[in-house]
Design a protein. Structure first.
Length: 352
């Protein structure tokens, strides 16, 4: 039933992983509810938000922050709390859960690499850039990225000792780094990462394979769609565009092959209309709801479903993603309050 690296099933899962699953389900119970959001959107100042959040699972996480409170401070403290929860579980996890949790961090590593390289191209201070990196994506050789000038140097001096090393070997080019090449590197790394993570979940089998297959297939499709739309009007050729699409997903291979040949957003929508889930997402977009927001809503739906099953690792991934959406919601409400744009305060994505 399970692959060679498979975790336990209904009779043995709890031996190694039951405590952590119970822990993450307890964390999930603290996700903000509709009633919590109803209180938050009525606030007139960030100090009021602080008081309302103190009555939720967040507790007094802002108690030591001086006034006046800033939106960036709220975002940082929310993320810090999420990272602490993740690290607490990761530090105690055993195989194969430990490796599964490591896979979750690889996406943040890729984002950090791209952020640092882009920043150094614009002569930004490395220390300042590292402060903006996602804590779950830290690795030891991050500071040396400021000395990187080509893709080969990126691999040989920085990534070779990180888990990202296998992902970049196939995109080594003797080219100087510029913004176009950096985006190609980002998407190439993400493609290899998603394919590797997808295959690992299939090896684990069971509930993990069932839940994570749906989630990762959606992520692969979303990246293919975004790469297509963002490439319009750039120097990226249609052939190069197709090489950046992950080799799995609902759209793969027929849909992605058609996406590679498109020239505008209308052609993209026409292709997506053939797929029920994406037809609904496209039809749900409007002047007030972007395609990105519609994707986030669908992602929330998929991640909520992970908690309807047991004896699988999908809940660990989904909890991180749901908390990240919650943080985006809190930051959005805080920004609307601080900029006195209360008319738009309801444009967030509720979770439960």
């Amino acid at each position: 039933m399970f692959g060679t690296r498979g975790h336990g099933g209904i009779f043995t899962f709890n031996r190694n992983d039951g405590y952590f699953e119970a822990l993450v389900r307890g964390y999930r119970a603290g996700i903000l509810t509709q009633a919590d959001y109803a209180n938050l959107i009525q606030c007139d100042a960030l100090e009021d938000m602080k008081l309302h959040l103190a009555q939720t699972d967040y507790g007094d996480f802002l108690a030591n922050e001086p006034s006046p409170l800033h939106t960036t401070t709220i975002a940082e403290k929310c993320l810090e709390r999420l990272v602490n929860e993740f690290v607490h579980i990761r530090n105690q996890a055993v195989e194969p859960l430990a490796t599964f949790l490591d896979y979750i961090t690889y996406g943040y590593m890729i984002d950090n690499v791209v952020l640092l390289i882009t920043g150094t191209l614009h002569d930004r201070d490395v220390t300042e850039l590292i402060e903006k990196c996602h804590p779950l994506g830290f690795f030891k050789s991050m500071a040396t990225l400021s000395a990187v000038h080509s893709v080969a140097e990126l691999y040989n001096t920085v990534l070779i000792d990180t888990p990202l090393a296998p992902y970049i070997q196939n995109c080594l080019l003797e080219e100087e780094l510029d913004e176009m090449n950096i985006e190609v590197i980002r998407n190439t790394l993400y493609k290899a990462y998603l394919e590797d993570f997808y295959n690992y979940c299939k090896e684990l089998g069971g509930e993990t394979e069932m839940i994570m297959s749906d989630i990762l297939q959606f992520e692969a499709d979303r990246r293919a769609i975004n790469i297509t739309i963002n490439s319009f009007g750039t120097e990226l050729t249609k052939d190069d565009r197709e090489l950046l699409y992950p080799n799995f997903g609902v759209l793969y291979p027929e849909g992605t092959s058609k996406l590679a040949k498109t020239d505008d957003i209308d052609q993209v929508k026409e292709i997506l209309n053939a797929y029920v889930a994406y037809r609904d997402i496209i039809s749900d977009t409007s002047a007030e709801k972007s395609l990105e927001d519609a994707f986030f809503e669908y992602e929330v739906k998929l991640n909520k479903m992970a908690f309807q099953t047991q004896f699988g690792y999908g809940v660990f991934y989904s909890y991180i993603k749901l908390r990240e959406q919650e943080i985006r919601n809190i930051v959005w409400i805080a920004e609307c309050i601080s900029q006195q744009m209360k008319s738009k305060v309801n444009q967030f994505i509720p979770i439960f």
